[in-house]
Design a protein around this ligand. Sequence first.
Ligand code: C5P
Length: 239
Amino acid sequence: MIERPIIALDFDSKAEITTFLNQFPSEESLFVKVGMEIFYQEGPAIVDWLKKAGHNIFLDLKLHDIPNTVERSMTGLAKMGVAITTVQAAGGLEMMQQAKEGLKKGTAVGESVPQVIAVTQLTSTSQEQMQKEQLIQATLEESVLHYAKIAQEADLDGVVCAAWEASKIHETTTQDFMCLTPGIRPQGSAVDDQKRVVTPNKARALGSSAIVVGRPITLASDPYKAYQEIKTDWKEANK
Ligand code: C5P
């Protein structure tokens, strides 16, 4: 269980991130998501800068390539000292195994190996599209559960999934397999472009192990207050 909500730093520049983070007490250690948009703009320096400010990093680059390339890339990412990374499960069992190997190779002695979790089917993919374009003759749910199982076989630490998928994923894998969930909205807040949302508390009740929250915090008039409320709701036992 990751006790702090992971804040998605979906901004276009380091300057915007600076303005955002300045609204938090300087001693507050956050868990933040750096996605490919900002990483491709600012490069590894953004990770280094956030780490030096005392934050933990979920580096969400969704690697998907031949096993050797992914292994070598993960070695580099591990050297950056991130806490969690991601791959696409569609890259296959061997690619996921080598992702983990690469992370181990790149981790300095005495440091902990970054966790790696898999994206199964993107939420932007419909069942019809999956069947037509990927020629997968299963239901979307079967595909998600199958990928989760393979990810665990590859010694990955978990998957990115919707809250309502978490309990079935835990049944198919194990209870300690991480289910990291986006699509979180506090009671009464704007849904934005998310189709199905859950509150932090509901995500916990449904079995999520970690939550990623963007706009409810980044667009709030008082981001620190919004963050604290979401954190409290997430940490409270079932209401
Ligand atoms: O602003 P919001 O809370 O909707 O942001 C959620 C974050 O999680 C964004 O960075 C988004 O890209 C990511 N995400 C998502 N749904 C998925 C996978 C990732 O919203 N299925």
